[in-house]
Design a binder for this molecule. Sequence first.
Ligand code: B12
Ligand SMILES: Nc1nc2c(ncn2[C@@H]2O[C@H](COP(=O)(O)OP(=O)(O)OP(=O)(O)O)[C@@H](O)[C@H]2O)c(=O)[nH]1
Ligand SMILES: [Mg+2]
Length: 402
Amino acid sequence: MAVASFPRTVAPLRILTAVPVCDGHDSAVTTINIELARHGLEVIYLGYHQSASAIVRAAIQEDVNVVGLSSYNGGHIVFFKEVADQLKKSGNGDIPVFGGGGGTITQADARVMKRQGTDRIYFAGTPLAKMMGEIKRAYARAAKPNAKFKGDRALARALTIAESGGKAPAIKRTGPAKSFVVGVAGPGGAGKSTLIDELTSRFLRANPTGRIALLANDPSHPDSGGAILGDRVSTIYAQDDRVFFRSLATRGSLTGLSAAAPAAIDILKASGEFDLILVESVGVGQESDPFRIFGKSPKLVDATLFVLAPYYGGLIQLQKIALLNGADLVALNKCDHAMALTAKAEIQARLNQNGKGQQLHPTTAAKHFDPGVDALFAAIAKLGDLPLSAGGEKACQMEVRS
Ligand code: B12
Ligand SMILES: Nc1nc2c(ncn2[C@@H]2O[C@H](COP(=O)(O)OP(=O)(O)OP(=O)(O)O)[C@@H](O)[C@H]2O)c(=O)[nH]1
Ligand SMILES: [Mg+2]
C-alpha cells in the first residue's frame, strides 16, 4: 500500500511590524498583527516607539519578507523613507517597506512616500480581508541562498533556510568565539524574555567586544499556521549591534522549540561570533524537556535555566515540573509579587529534595540593576567561564573575594 505523502510545506511569510519613534498608537498594529497571524503569517512584533535603526536591525536578523509600519504621529514621510534608505544602504534593499496610519497619511503623502521607496500605504476604511489577501499575494516568496548577503543577514538567511527544512549554506567562521549555550525554559509569561534581556545587558557590560545571540521560540497557531513572535517586545538591551536576536515559530513541533532549533544553534556556533547563546523555549510547564536534558540523545545546550513566576499553583504543581529535577539553574522571577516569599520557600524546598545542591535565584527582571539578576548572571558566567566584568574578572574569582 502506498504511504500517504504529506503536501510539501510552504514556509509561512514572515513580517516585521512596528510603530515608529515618538508614537504610542499601538492598537491598530495589534489588531493587524492578530489578523495577519490568523491568515497564516508569522508576525515579529517589535513594539511602539521604535527607531528606524532598531527596525532595520530586526528586519535583517529576522530575515523577514517585508516590514509593515503603523504610523500616527505625523512623521511618516520622513520615517518610512529613513527605514527604506537604511535597508538599502546596508545591502538589504530587497526587504520592502509598507504600512498604514489611518487618516493621518493622505493620498498626496502616499504618492511622495511611494516615490521615496515605500511599497504601499493602506488608508482608513480598508477592509482587513482585502489587506490580508494583498499582503499574502505581494510578499510571499521562497527564501533562497544569496551569496551577496553579508554579516547578520547571511546568518539570518541560513537560519531561514534551516527553518524551512532546506540545507542551510555553509557558514563562514567570522569570529574566534567558542559559544556557551544556555536553554531558558519556563511557563508562559514568567518573564523569560525580560530576564534574558537583563542578562544581555550584563553580558554587554562585562564583554566590551563580545557578541551574544538570542534564539526565541514562540508557538505557531495550530489552526492557521501563523504566529505572533512577540519576544522582542520585552527587550531593550537586545537592540544593540552586538546582539543577534532571532525569533523562531514552532511550526507544529510540540517539543517547546522549533524543529529547526538544533540546526539554528549549530549555525550560530559555527559562525564563531557569539560567546553566549541563550535559547528561549515557548512557555512550557509540567512535562516538557525542550533541551533534551533527560533523554538518551545528546543535550541541545550546555546548561539549562528554568524560570518560574510566583503563581505556579501550589506544592503539587511544583512537584510535577520535571525540569526542576534537572535544571542547572532555577530562577524565581517577579519577586516584586506578594506571593514571592512563600514561592521562594516552596521552590527551594523542592530543589533541596533533589539533593543536587541546586540554588534558587530570586529575580525581579522588570527592575533594572536587580541584584538577583546580577547573581544569576554570575552563576551563568561561572558555568560558561565567561568574564564577569569589563576587566576580565571571572565569576569564580568574585566568589572567593565575597
Ligand atoms: C485610538 C487613538 C488614540 C488612542 C491610542 C490607543 C493605542 N494604544 O493605540 C489614545 C487615546 C491613547 C490616543 C492618544 C493620542 N492621540 Co490618538 N488617535 C486614536 C484614533 C482615534 C484612532 C487610531 C486607530 O487606532 N485606528 C484604528 C485602525 C485599525 O484604523 P485606521 O487608523 O483607519 O487604519 C487603517 C489603515 O491605515 C490600516 N493600518 C494602520 N496601520 C497599519 C499597519 C500595517 C502594517 C497595515 C498592513 C495596515 C495598517 O489599518 C486600518 C484599515 O482600515 C485616531 C483618530 C482616527 N480616527 O484615526 C487618533 C489620532 C491618531 N491621535 C492623535 C493624537 C494627536 C493623539 C495624542 C497626541 C493626543 C494627545 N494630545 O495626547 C495622543 C498620543 C499618544 C501617543 N503616546 O502617541 C491624532 C494624530 C494627529 C496627527 N498625527 O497629525 C489623531 C489623528 C486624532 C486627531 N484627529 O487629532 N489616540
Ligand atoms: N511585575 C513584574 N513583571 C515582570 C517581571 N519580569 C517580567 N515581567 C512582565 O511580565 C510580562 C511577561 O514577560 P515576558 O518576559 O514576555 O515573559 P515570557 O516568559 O518571556 O513570556 P512568553 O515568551 O510569552 O512565555 C511582561 O509584561 C513583563 O514586563 C518582574 O520581575 N516583575
Ligand atoms: Mg518570551
